[in-house]
Design a protein around this ligand. Structure first.
Ligand code: NAD
Length: 456
């Protein structure tokens, strides 16, 4: 998917600002902050939610084009199956680690619970650099990985999807391999994000970016941000011009916003009058980058994040906004289209500066929502029209935003930072939207766990 795999690598921790960027530590810090606000959380459940239910490491040989044999390492983590089968992408990247996979699996648990689809959280990956692999090598890696995965995935157990550097073709190979191993039944719901011919849903490619726009529009209509109650006239900056960022930029523009800057891994471009998105897309397709678009000024990705604007949308890598640059963010609202683009220390700096953050588990949940629609369509052997998919997606995003806003207001009204248990969530700081969203999600999963009962 992205053009430069090396750029998306998670930085080593700690970073120069002394911040711990370990993905598991970040995920647990966010979880603990929210858990403080949940009065009825049964003792011991916190420990259970803090660790994955199952984590598997696979090592497998693959014959390369030059006839040599290379050993690859892959992971599949199931964080929770309390609300339903595991759901989460498979990424191919040289920087994939078990720790990052586990943190992203937990994120999926909370995302699915918040957007209210009957899935638990999962994630997977293979350590490989797709830029250095031929199509044949990619196919052999995928089929062999799918064979290894076969005992732990399934239409009712754990359902993979595309993620960084995997796509509909990858899902088609996984589906086909699984189908060969489990002949004689409808195996289409074993993966989502498939090509439409193989049961993929219309609208899946655009779902995350469109969902970002639906969620932001609904949030702005709450008038929580003075002088910014809609897209009309809003100046927007988008970091990452890929599947999510480019679609979101187009949706914001269509609704009346001006996209003043966009970027990719090679750099960014700025134009006060608004970027011509069609031209930027064509240039990226032709030359692999938006940099060099006529009538635009070139900026670095660091400079782009610090542009004075109304809405900043990080839609690329994790840890884009950290302790060392959060103080220079000038946007009124940051919308996390990417997964984990803001660190906990940066969250606090933004909150102290009065900058709201629409968190990833809410803002980018459109993708898993339409993946759920695909799974439902596959079970029923149906194909829904695009306007049906988008209408259902919009309602899901709006309901989730309303739910988070209601909880945010309730938590804010109970006194700044004071939790239901009398302990302090984030000392000296008002509760933020991420915490409110996580509180809703954790409450849903914990109450479902207790309703099911702790077996035996
Ligand atoms: P993509 O590969 O299609 O696009 C990523 C874009 O970011 C590319 O334009 C790439 O050049 C750019 N980029 C990479 N590193 C960068 C950097 N350091 N600075 C600036 N730009 C950089 O990926 P995508 O599917 O659009 O995913 C983007 C983010 O959204 C990821 O964090 C992903 O986990 C998250 N996400 C995606 C989906 C989905 O449905 N695709 C769903 C939920 C979350």
């Amino acid at each position: 998917m992205s053009d430069d795999p090396s750029v998306l690598s998670t930085p080593a921790d700690p970073d120069p600002a002394g911040e711990n960027l370990d993905p598991v530590a970040i995920s647990q810090a966010q979880f603990h902050r929210a858990a403080h606000y949940i009065s009825g959380l049964k003792a011991g459940l916190i420990d259970f939610f803090n660790v994955p239910k199952r984590a598997v490491i696979f090592r497998f040989p693959v014959e390369m084009d030059d006839a040599s044999v290379q050993t690859f390492e892959g992971y599949r983590v199931l964080h929770s199956r309390v609300l339903g089968p595991g759901k989460g992408g498979i990424r191919y990247h040289p920087g994939v680690t078990m720790e990052e996979t586990a943190a992203l699996a937990a994120l999926m648990t909370w995302k699915c619970a918040l957007i209210d689809v009957p899935f638990g959280g999962a994630k997977g990956g293979v350590v490989c650099d797709t830029k250095r692999l031929s199509a044949g090598e990619l196919r052999r890696i995928t089929r062999r990985f799918a064979t290894e995965l076969a005992p732990v995935i399934g239409p009712f157990t754990d359902i993979p999807a595309p993620d960084l550097y995997t796509n509909g073709q990858t899902m088609a190979w996984i589906y086909d391999t699984y189908d060969i191993l489990h002949a004689g039944r409808n195996n289409r719901p074993v993966v989502t994000g498939k090509p439409v011919d193989l049961g993929g849903s219309l609208g899946r490619y655009e779902a995350t970016g469109l969902g970002v726009a639906f969620a932001t529009e609904r949030f702005l209509s709450s008038e929580l941000i003075p002088g910014l109650s809609g897209f009309n006239g809003a100046r927007v900056v988008v970091q990452g011009f890929g599947q999510v960022g480019a679609v979101a930029a187009q949706a914001f523009h269509a609704a009346g916003a001006t996209i003043v800057a966009v970027s990719d891994s090679k750099g960014g471009i700025f134009c006060e009058q608004g970027i011509d998105l069609a031209q930027a897309k064509a240039l990226k397709k032709e030359q692999g980058t938006v940099v060099g678009l006529p009538d635009s000024m070139t900026v670095t990705n660091e400079e782009l994040l610090e542009i004075d604007c109304d809405i900043l949308i990080p839609a690329a890598a994790g840890d884009a906004i950290r302790a060392d640059n959060a103080g220079r963010i000038k946007a009124k609202l940051v919308v996390e289209a990417a997964n984990r683009p803001i660190t906990p220390m940066a969250d606090d700096i933004l909150a102290a500066g009065g900058i709201h953050v629409l968190p990833d588990i809410l803002a980018n949940a459109g993708g898993v929502t339409v993946s759920y629609f695909e799974w439902v369509q596959n079970h029923a052997n149906e194909q829904w029209d695009l306007d049906v998919v988008n209408g259902k997606l919009k309602r899901k995003m709006q309901t989730a935003v309303d739910t988070v806003l209601a909880r945010y207001r309730k938590l804010s009204d109970t006194g700044s930072g004071e939790s239901a248990t009398g302990t302090t969530g984030a000392p000296g700081l008002p509760v933020d939207l991420r915490t409110a969203a996580l509180v809703v999600a954790i409450e849903r999963v914990s109450s479902a766990a207790l309703e099911r009962g702790i077996w035996p």
